[in-house]
Design a protein around this ligand. Structure first.
Ligand code: 5GP
Ligand code: MN
Length: 333
């Protein structure tokens, strides 16, 4: 836990602000978008001017989520009261917008990543929380209490609506691997249960997340699995995708999303690594099943994340990157 402010204090700061710009990490996932979307909608309900600023398209696989308040217009707000970064606590995770984050008069951060050491003027970073959406849920509860104290027409319990609940539920679902990973706690289920009381249709969300797979995605996954290697007596699975493989399968890089889970799910595998060719660089995703710490391995290359889910970017070609990752995993064992 790395905090210099409580969620109640962060709620108090947000309540007194008028213009709030929300940031998250590049290549946003369900938790990043869910956290930002839920917070932005709630702030709007409180009468604030608020936007989520991104420098890229929302990935196709989460584009069914609430993206209405996402903008790529850096001029949407100027010299705004607050910049708040959610599900992200390092400049290196959103380099293209770091200058805009700084432009805010006050800088807040709500995150659950284990790596990084505090971020912004006031931050609440709790790696024991499965998803930042759990923290945003708790922050919204604090905002509800603040609003209830000060106003007659907005009473406690009105800031979360179905759209907000769906964003939060989706983020918790994706960051826990549908409530499978070890980060899932009784608190996770309690929050999910409360969100379902707002009318969240969990089956519909699960169908959108996991049962709407394009055929091109299955084709590229087949090509990746065909080339994947099992190392260290089957304890490590390493897979990769290149531009040429994508072309041959008629797929796009987004289609490789989720392949890391297939590698980790292989019998006997403790560490899975998946390497994606991205321009001149290689983006690495790593997962641990039971005991390994992949955040440690990622931090060797300047990356980070969680103990059981981490990543980094290597500025080199695929062959060199594969060698470097295999060597680092071997040293970790
Ligand atoms: P993924 O493999 O899904 O891209 O990322 C897994 C986890 O590691 C996520 O929590 C993500 O935020 C984090 N992560 C991925 N890449 C990086 C990176 O380059 N640097 C840091 N600090 N964290 C990363
Ligand atoms: Mn997250």
């Amino acid at each position: 836990m790395k905090n210099n402010a409580s969620l109640k204090e962060i709620a108090g700061i947000l309540k007194t602000a008028q213009t709030i710009l929300i940031f998250t990490h590049t290549n946003p996932d369900g938790d990043a978008l869910g956290s930002a979307a839920a917070l932005c909608r709630v702030l709007r309900k409180m009468g604030k001017t608020s936007w989520i600023l991104m420098d890229e398209e929302v990935p196709e696989y989460i584009s069914f989520m609430d993206t209405e308040l996402v903008t790529r217009d850096k001029d949407c707000l100027k010299e705004h009261d607050i910049s708040i970064c959610v599900d992200c606590g390092e400049y290196s995770r959103f380099p293209a917008l770091a200058d805009k984050f700084d432009e805010g008069k006050l800088h807040l951060c709500v995150d659950h990543h284990a790596t990084g050491d505090g971020f912004g003027d006031h931050y609440y970073i709790d790696p024991s929380e499965a998803a930042t959406c759990q923290l945003i849920y708790k922050l919204i509860k604090e905002l509800e209490a603040e609003v209830a104290e000060s106003s007659e027409d907005v009473c406690e319990g009105t800031l979360i609506d179905l759209t907000v609940a769906e964003s939060l539920y989706t983020g918790i679902n994706t960051d826990t691997g549908s409530f499978q990973y070890s980060n899932t706690t009784a608190d996770t289920h309690a929050i999910a249960a409360d969100l379902m009381n707002y009318g969240v249709d969990h089956t519909a969300i699960n169908v959108k997340l996991y049962q709407t797979i394009p055929m091109t995605k299955l084709k590229i996954q087949a090509a990746i699995l065909q080339r994947a290697e099992l190392l260290f007596g089957g304890k490590v699975a390493v897979g990769y995708v290149t531009g040429q493989m994508l072309e041959e399968a008629g797929a796009v890089l987004d289609d490789a999303e989720g392949t890391i889970d297939m590698l980790r799910n292989i019998e006997g595998v403790e560490i899975a690594a998946f390497l994606k060719e991205k321009g001149e660089a290689v983006k690495v995703s790593m997962r641990a099943k039971s005991f390994a710490n992949v955040a440690e391995i990622a931090s060797v290359f300047g990356g980070g994340g969680h103990v059981k889910a981490a990543g980094c970017t290597l500025e080199m070609g695929m062959d060199e990157a594969l060698d470097a990752i295999k060597k680092a995993i071997g040293e970790h064992f």
